[in-house]
Ligand binder design. Structure first.
Ligand SMILES: C[C@H](O)[C@H](O)[C@H]1CNC2=NC(N)=NC(=O)C2=N1
Length: 113
């Protein structure tokens, strides 16, 4: 279990601080399989998870949904046959918050359940 996944999510509104480039690099080391992408100027964390079939992909999708509901912070989820694309970012602040890294780490754990 990575340390990041055990950290607590903080409340984050539109005025919450973005993570600095140094912090992004540091947190990224705990979740190396996630790609940092930028869409319309908004940085996001994205990873594709592979499964044997649609049913397993859907079960994983639901586990990630539960992780999101626990903290009121929600990813974009694209569920396809044998794969799920998970994208985390903080909509209100239009960028990355530490919460996104914590939840990406928890998502990694949900993939190995
Ligand atoms: C009112 C509600 O708490 C907000 O709209 C939440 C819901 N889930 C959210 N999820 C994410 N990823 N970013 C947000 O800014 C966000 N806002």
């Amino acid at each position: 279990m990575s340390q990041l996944s055990e950290q607590q999510c903080e409340a984050c509104g539109w005025d919450a601080p973005h993570v600095s480039d140094e912090e992004i690099q540091a947190y990224h080391r705990d979740i190396p399989e996630w790609e940092i992408v930028e869409r319309d100027g908004v940085k996001q964390l994205e990873r594709v998870f592979k499964f044997r079939n649609f049913k397993q992909a859907l079960a994983f999708t639901n586990r990630v949904g539960e992780i999101a509901e626990e903290v009121g912070h929600h990813p974009a989820l694209l569920t396809e046959w044998g794969k799920v694309t998970v994208t985390w970012w903080s909509h209100e602040m239009k960028g990355l918050h530490k919460n996104d890294f914590i939840l990406a780490a928890r998502t990694d754990e949900a993939a190995t359940e």
